[in-house]
Design a protein around this ligand. Structure first.
Ligand code: C2E
Ligand code: CA
Ligand code: CA
Ligand code: CA
Length: 280
C-alpha cells in the first residue's frame, strides 16, 4: 500500500488527473492479472419460468488485485478492450466457464447447468473466433448445447458479413448466441432476420421499473412479441422484485436473472444454492 501511495504521488506531480492515474494503474496491473491468477468467475443463476428451475448461469468475471483490491468489470473491461487484453481475458473466461459447466455435468448428469459467457465485440473482428470456441469445446469435452455466447448488438452490426459467417459456424457447432442488453443499441431491427441467434436478453434498464412504469411494460411487451414472431427465447435480466417477476411471467418470458433469484456467486456458493433446488 505504501508503494501505491508513492506512485500516485508521482503521477499527480506530473499533472495527471485522478482518472488518468486510475486508468494507468488498471492497465498496468491488468497486464499480469492472468498469470498471477487474479481472476475468478462468479456465476449468476438463470431461472426458467416454465420449469421453475435453475438450468443455467451467466459467468461474470471478478478481478481481485493485491494492490487495487476488487476492481469492478465496468471499470476494467473498457480498458481491457482499449488495450486489446480483452482477447486473452475472454478466452480465459471461455475456457474456465466450459471447464466448470463440464464439471457440473459430471457431478450431476441429469441436471446439467448451461453456461453463458460474455464475449467482447473485438472478438468478432478476429477471423478465428469460431476456431477458439471449437478448440475449447474439444479440450473440455463440454456438450456445445450447454454453451451460450452473449454479444451486444453493436458488436455484430459493425462487420455484418463476417459476423453472419461466424455466427453460422457457431450454430453449426451447436453453440447458441444471445443478444445482450437488447434494446439499448442504436441499430435497426433488421439484423434480427439475418443473424442466426437464439435469444434476446432484455436490458435491465427496461426491467427495473417495470412495475411502476407503463412505457417500460410497453417496450417489454413489444420485445416479447417480436421474439415470438422470430422464434427467439427471451431472458430478462435485472429482476429485483416479485412484481417484476410476475409481470415478466405473465408476458411469457422464458428465463429471468437478477438479485431476486441471486446475485452472482462464487462457485461453491452457487453449488450450495443449486443443490437445494428451490430458489424461489
Ligand atoms: P452484463 O453482461 O449486462 O452483466 C449483467 C450485470 O448486471 C452484472 O454486472 C451483474 O452482476 C449485474 N446484475 C445482475 N442482476 C442484477 C440485478 O438484479 N440488479 C442490478 N442492479 N444488477 C444486476 P457485473 O458482473 O458487474 O458486470 C458488468 C458488465 O461487465 C457485464 O454486463 C458485462 O458487459 C461485463 N463483463 C462481465 N464479465 C465479463 C467477461 O467475462 N467478459 C466480458 N467481455 N465482459 C464481461
Ligand atoms: Ca451479459
Ligand atoms: Ca446485459
Ligand atoms: Ca452490459
Amino acid at each position: 500500500a505504501k508503494q501505491k501511495g508513492r506512485n500516485i504521488f508521482k503521477w499527480y506531480e506530473t499533472g495527471m488527473s485522478k482518472n488518468e492515474d486510475e486508468k494507468l494503474q488498471i492497465e498496468h496491473y491488468l497486464r499480469k492479472a492472468i498469470e498471477n491468477n487474479e481472476f475468478e468467475l462468479y456465476f449468476q443463476p438463470k431461472l426458467n419460468l416454465f420449469s421453475n428451475r435453475i438450468n443455467g448461469v451467466e459467468a461474470l468475471l471478478r478481478w481481485n488485485n493485491p494492490v487495487l483490491g476488487m476492481v469492478p468489470p465496468d471499470k476494467f473491461i473498457p480498458i481491457a478492450e482499449e488495450t486489446g487484453f480483452i482477447i486473452q481475458i475472454d478466452e480465459w473466461v471461455l475456457e474456465k466457464a466450459c471447464q466448470q459447466s463440464k464439471e457440473w455435468f459430471l457431478l450431476d448428469p441429469d441436471n446439467p447447468v448451461s453456461i453463458a459467457v460474455n464475449i467482447s465485440p473485438l472478438h468478432f473482428r478476429i477471423p478465428n473466433f469460431y476456431y477458439i470456441v471449437e478448440k475449447v469445446l474439444k479440450e473440455t469435452g463440454l456438450n456445445p448445447s450447454l454453451l451460450e455466447i452473449e454479444i451486444t448488438e453493436n458488436s455484430i452490426i459493425e462487420n455484418t458479413e463476417e459476423c453472419i459467417v461466424c455466427l453460422e459456424k457457431l450454430r453449426t457447432l451447436g453453440v447458441s448466441v444471445s443478444i445482450d442488453d437488447f434494446g439499448t443499441g442504436y441499430s435497426s431491427l433488421n439484423y434480427l432476420r439475418k443473424f442466426p441467434i437464439s435469444s434476446l436478453k432484455i436490458d435491465r434498464s427496461f426491467i427495473q421499473e417495470v412495475s411502476q412504469n407503463r412505457e417500460n411494460v410497453a417496450i417489454v411487451k413489444a420485445i416479447m412479441s417480436l421474439a415470438q414472431e422470430l422464434k427467439l427465447k427471451v431472458v430478462a435480466e435485472g429482476i429485483e422484485t416479485y412484481e417484476a417477476l410476475e409481470i415478466l411471467r405473465s408476458l411469457g418470458c422464458d428465463e429471468i436473472q437478477g438479485y431476486l433469484i441471486s446475485k452472482p456467486l462464487p462457485v461453491q456458493e452457487f453449488q450450495n444454492m443449486f443443490s437445494q433446488r428451490s430458489p424461489i
